[in-house]
Design a protein around this ligand. Structure first.
Ligand code: SAH
Length: 352
């Protein structure tokens, strides 16, 4: 699909054409990754963060939230729930917490691998090559790092570097691949300052990076962030600014499926936050094949507030499991069994 066609889809408001887009995405999803929806148990290991991303509620300068880092025992309790619930993967995610040391994380990865058959996905932010290699060596399978936007100027304005360390997530994605991880990335849709051309470029970059996993969700303003307080400073000219709507997020999910047919694509919590009733199901019907139910203990949940009013934030892990099963079965899909590795990774030389 050409750039101009992507832009045309992103701008279209015509219901009949969009129905056609949803249908195409759903067919391509079925043909390439099947009926199964794979579940990844999300463990929000720490909300401590060294960064000051303009969009994110757990940025270092937000002093209105309490901070936590889970203990190894607490993490292992979540891991055991994942096994009990039949999830094939756990995702360990956190702020950029440099109190999480290389050896501590390696030890946890080994512990999980020793006691379970789970696949492990890491989403720990921008870490050194040495740390990444050690974690891969310890047994971690996949790494998620969204590049957030392919527009370098916009990226720099919303994602300041740490003092003296340039932030280049696209370069880091290359290293994640070389180290041998299954590679995941993604973006936010409707960032103030993001144009239709930028978004089309993001989707093309998914393809050229040959991503195995691609997560996209609407940008949701958080009141305790610079972007939440004054979005007007960044906004693109009228007609060029991508809206941060539910509909735009589905368009990006569907187009992503068309350009990256074999990738694993989640129906994200950010989408479900804009439509609590049917967001998960609509994402799954418009290209997605993954859901990431939350396993984080409830006492920490409210503190991992990257954006406000997150869907399912008050559900226990048991309730999340039941609700997600019900939603998947209600649209005639199956629950995936096993790890659900990315077919994009398996078909490449990297996966063999
Ligand atoms: N510290 C890790 C994990 C961050 S949370 C990292 O930076 O990779 C995972 C994702 O949540 C981010 O990559 C970003 O795309 C998304 N996110 C953060 N703030 C958001 C907001 N206000 N609205 C929507 N998505 C947001």
């Amino acid at each position: 699909m050409e750039r101009n066609e992507i832009i045309r889809w992103l701008k279209t408001e015509d219901g009949a054409s969009l129905d056609h887009l949803w249908q195409r995405a759903d067919e391509v999803r079925l043909r390439n990754v099947g009926e199964e929806v794979y579940l990844r148990g999300l463990i929000e290991v720490s909300n401590i963060c060294a960064r000051n991303c303009g969009y994110c509620g757990i940025r270092a300068d937000n002093h209105k939230i309490g901070r936590y880092r889970m203990t190894e025992d607490e993490i292992m309790s979540c891991v055991n729930l994942a096994v009990e619930f039949g999830y094939g993967t756990v995702v360990l995610q956190c702020g950029e917490d440099y109190g999480i040391k290389k050896d501590w994380m390696s030890e946890i990865i080994r512990h999980i691998k020793k006691e379970t058959d789970l696949a492990i996905t890491l989403s720990l932010g921008e870490r050194s090559d040495e740390e990444l290699a050690a974690w891969r060596e310890a047994g971690a399978d996949r790494y998620l790092l969204r590049f957030e936007t392919s527009n370098r100027v916009l990226y720099d304005s919303i994602h300041p570097p740490l003092p003296g360390v340039p932030s280049d997530r696209i370069a880091m994605i290359g290293r994640i691949r070389e180290i041998g991880f299954e590679v995941g990335s993604g973006i936010m849709v409707g960032i103030p300052g993001q144009t239709y051309a930028d978004l089309a470029e993001d989707i093309e970059l998914f393809r050229s990076l040959d991503l195995d996993m691609i997560g996209v969700g609407p940008y949701i303003p958080h009141a305790e962030t610079p972007m939440g307080r004054s979005p007007g400073n960044l906004r693109a000219p009228e007609g060029e600014q991508v809206p941060n709507t539910e509909l735009m997020a589905y368009k990006v999910v569907a187009l992503t499926r068309l350009v990256c047919p074999q990738a694993n694509i989640p129906s994200t919590t950010a989408i479900a936050t804009l439509n609590r009733d049917k967001g998960r199901e609509l994402g799954l019907s418009r290209g997605a094949n993954i859901v990431m139910p939350n396993l984080t203990p409830l006492k920490y949940r409210a503190m991992y507030e990257i954006y406000p009013a997150k869907a399912a934030a008050d559900e226990t892990p048991e309730e999340s499991r039941a609700n997600i099963h019900r939603r998947i079965l209600s649209i005639g899909r199956k629950i995936g069994e096993g790890r659900g590795d990315s077919r994009n990774f398996a078909k490449s030389k990297r996966g063999s």
